[in-house]
Design a protein around this ligand. Structure first.
Ligand SMILES: [Zn+2]
Length: 84
């Protein structure tokens, strides 16, 4: 059970870490020779402030405007930008 829990946590961490990648697999702002300007344009499907779901109390999860994709608190704080 502990091994399975740790495996699932690792998989979730990897997923969250990948959410800023462009369609070519590069993290946002990293070098990407296939994106305009030579830098990764990031995930075209997740825009900062975009609400993607809700927690068990109904608080919206939104793509962090500033902060860290791997930190839950940053998904709960929209930085003042909320899109519906
Ligand atoms: Zn790219």
């Amino acid at each position: 059970m502990d091994d399975e829990y740790e495996r699932l946590k690792t998989e979730a961490y990897k997923l969250l870490s990948d959410l800023d990648r462009c369609v070519h697999g590069r993290h946002a702002l990293d070098s990407c020779f296939n994106c305009p300007g030579g830098h990764s344009a990031g995930n075209p499907h997740l825009k900062p402030g975009q609400v993607v779901g809700y927690d068990y109390t109904g608080r919206p999860y939104a793509v962090p405007v500033v902060g860290e994709l791997r930190r839950r608190a940053d998904w709960l704080s929209t930085g003042g930008v909320v899109t519906k």
